[in-house]
Design a binder for this molecule. Structure first.
Ligand code: MIC
Ligand code: SF4
Length: 637
């Protein structure tokens, strides 16, 4: 058995480990963050539970950190009060990015984790099955200990050879993205094997698992070994170590071989993490901003590498360098060992530990700016500036380029990075609040609006209110930046900005038509786990999305909201236009009776096509009831 299926099999509660089948797994740990957490906790509150039903649930505050009005801090207080009421550990703002903190403080080999953030797979580095999901699925996991998913197939990525100096973990995952693309991992687990693994520290493995989200993968996983143990020792948690590995004769559904010795520093070009080329190909490109941080590259070693490169140097006059360490412990260690001073002396702007610029929470680049970032996503507009060009690179390339003022991997021949010792972490528990009091009164700020609920399935008719192409991300559907993130608990407000970066008339048109349909291409809904990308369409009365294929988390979020994800044949994309009225024929009967091939009629031309819909028994109920929350409240689950 491969490692992924070993962990899944010890947690399997329903179904069989057959790719494509619906399975239910026992969840040991959950995490939420604040931008998806408010909705998740409103949904948890609606489930009337007492103490959460998982071994460890943690609520992080890391995304909505700029407090330019009352909204964000109100949400933080709301989450703090719910956490106390249900026995959830609360991580205060300033403690760091959820994935970095989960890895440091709670990750354990062989455990399962589900989190309301798409980069939850970061903990796959610890030999865990760690999956990103919509907030409602995480709320259900907290309430019941269960998580339902389509059983993934497993890709083996076999690493051989040893990296040349200056080739980092980021370059390995960029190479995998170049090979497999942003949809290459959908409904798959990426399992890393081979001799090359030994050369990777635990946090380097975490970088690779983190960006497996950009492949659309369900998750990624590494076996555990002496490097895992070394990291756990560093965290004072060596007792948590268990050896986890695939059997010698393990089988996989697909295989990719990567020879680390031929890799070079790489860069993902705007506006997709899989638009990967060698840094050498763009060497010399003038840059305006450099961001080092995010859940992908904010480990102690990443920070120490950046500090070594910056030491004694000066950030180029036309570059703004911002650095956000991943956790308060890392920041404290950098400040004790002098590395922070080296960064500051070079001219770096130090941000508080959190997501910050990665999600457009401040530090937007200048007009038409070129921003080099160590983050994981460079979708258009995500930096907060619609015309910015964001390039994704390793911390080492980022630091060097910040000094030079242009993209470069031309490291000084005489320079080598000193190995970062596995010194024990300065553990900072003051940022965690671990309390349980079921009588806690939940704090609700005025910006918190009710969760939209769907309607029972009936006839579906309407106009096409938007037609888009391939790889539409959740950042297109519900953009996020410092102005919009404070409204994550206010769906009516967010709705006004839906698709605004694609088509500024979308909202008005959808309101005027009282809902309708959206037509998309391949990999519709890629990117984040934000269920707002389904809550908003639900609120706007969008009843179905027609697309060539859907990203995994978004498809689940649509169904959780009672919205039909209908698969169209690529040749039928042109069947849809925005003038005519369409009808999804006899849909209730089709869902009730498992009819997978459904007729869609253009009521103006009377032409028809067939689209396909395959739902698990559980998904069927959600669609019929108008969403998961309705199904739970109606006693169906
Ligand atoms: C992201 O990186 O896009 C986010 C912001 O972390 C999202 C969650 C969100 O939209 O709140 C994610 O990755 O799931
Ligand atoms: Fe935060 Fe960026 Fe990571 Fe999302 S990808 S969790 S915004 S650091």
């Amino acid at each position: 058995m491969n490692l992924a299926y070993k962990v899944l099999s010890t947690h399997l509660k329903e179904g069989n480990l057959v790719p494509g089948e619906q399975i239910c797994i026992q969840i040991d740990q959950t995490l939420t963050q604040d931008s998806t957490g408010t909705m998740a906790y409103l949904q948890l509150e609606a489930m009337d539970i007492d103490h959460v039903q998982v071994e460890k649930a943690v609520a992080y505050i890391d995304h909505n950190m700029l407090q330019t009005g009352f909204e964000n801090m109100d949400d933080h207080e709301f989450i703090r009060s719910v956490a106390k009421k249900h026995g959830i550990v609360f991580s205060r703002p300033g403690n760091g990015v959820c994935h970095q903190l989960q890895l440091e403080n709670f990750s354990k080999p062989g455990k399962t984790l589900v989190g309301s953030d798409s980069h939850t797979p970061t903990c796959g580095a610890m030999g865990m099955i760690a999956i990103g999901a919509g907030g409602l699925d995480v709320a259900v996991a907290m309430a019941t200990g269960k998580y339902y998913l389509q059983c993934p197939s497993v890709i083996q990525v076999n690493l051989t050879g040893e990296r040349a100096p200056w080739v980092s973990a980021k370059d390995i995952i960029l190479k995998v993205l170049q090979e497999l693309s942003v949809k290459g991992g959908v409904n798959k687990i990426v399992e890393y094997t081979g001799e090359g693994i030994k050369t990777l520290s635990l946090t380097e493995r975490a970088t690779i698992c983190n960006m497996g989200a950009e492949l659309g993968a369900t998750t990624s996983i590494f076996p555990t070994d002496e490097n895992t143990l070394a990291y756990l020792k560093q965290q004072g948690r060596e007792a948590d170590y268990i050896e986890m590995k695939a059997d010698e004769d393990a089988t996989y559904d697909q295989r990719l071989d990567i020879d680390l010795s031929i890799l070079v520093p790489m860069v993902a070009k705007p506006h997709s993490p899989d638009a990967v080329v060698d840094v050498k190909d763009l060497e010399g490109m003038k840059i305006n901003q450099v961001v080092i941080g995010s859940c992908t590259n904010s480990s102690f070693a990443d920070m120490m590498h950046a500090a070594q490169i910056l030491k004694g140097q000066k950030v180029s006059d036309h570059v703004s360098l911002v650095i956000a360490p991943g956790s308060s412990s890392i920041l404290a260690m950098l400040s004790k060992n002098g590395a922070l001073a080296d960064m500051i002396h070079a001219g770096a702007r130090i941000l508080e530990c959190g997501c910050g610029p990665c999600i457009g929470m401040g530090q937007a680049p200048l007009s038409k700016g070129v921003s080099l970032r160590t983050i994981n996503r460079n979708f258009k507009g995500r930096s907060g500036t619609n015309d910015a060009n964001v390039y994704l690179v390793s911390p080492e390339v980022a630091a060097l380029s910040a000094i030079k003022g242009y993209l470069s991997c031309d490291f000084d021949k005489d320079m080598t990075l000193a190995e970062v010792p596995n010194t024990p972490f300065i553990k900072n528990t003051n940022f965690f609040i671990d309390e349980y009091d079921p009588t806690t009164e939940v704090y609700m700020g005025p910006n918190i609006k009710p969760v939209p609920r769907g309607e029972k399935l009936d006839t579906i008719k309407g106009k096409v209110v938007l037609k888009v192409g391939d790889n539409i991300s959740t950042d297109h559907i519900v953009p996020s930046d410092s102005k919009l993130l404070p409204y994550r608990s206010n769906v009516p407000h967010l709705a006004k900005y839906s698709f605004s970066k694609v088509d500024s008339e979308f909202y008005n048109r959808t309101i005027a038509n009282n809902g309708g349909f959206i037509v998309g291409g391949d990999n519709y809904g890629q990117g984040s786990s934000r269920e707002h990308a389904a809550l908003v369409p639900n609120y706007l009365k969008i009843k179905a999305i027609f697309a060539i294929s859907f990203a995994r988390i978004h498809r689940s979020n649509l169904i959780n909201n009672g919205i039909l994800p209908l698969i169209i044949n690529p040749n039928d994309y042109d069947f849809f236009n925005d003038q005519d009225e369409y009808e999804v024929c006899d849909i209730k009967n089709a869902v009730e009776n498992d009819i997978h091939s459904i007729t869609v009629k253009n009521n103006t031309t009377h032409k028809t096509i067939t689209v396909s819909l395959t739902l698990s028994p559980r998904e069927k109920i959600m669609i019929l009831e108008g969403g998961l929350l309705n199904a739970i409240k109606g006693g169906k689950f």
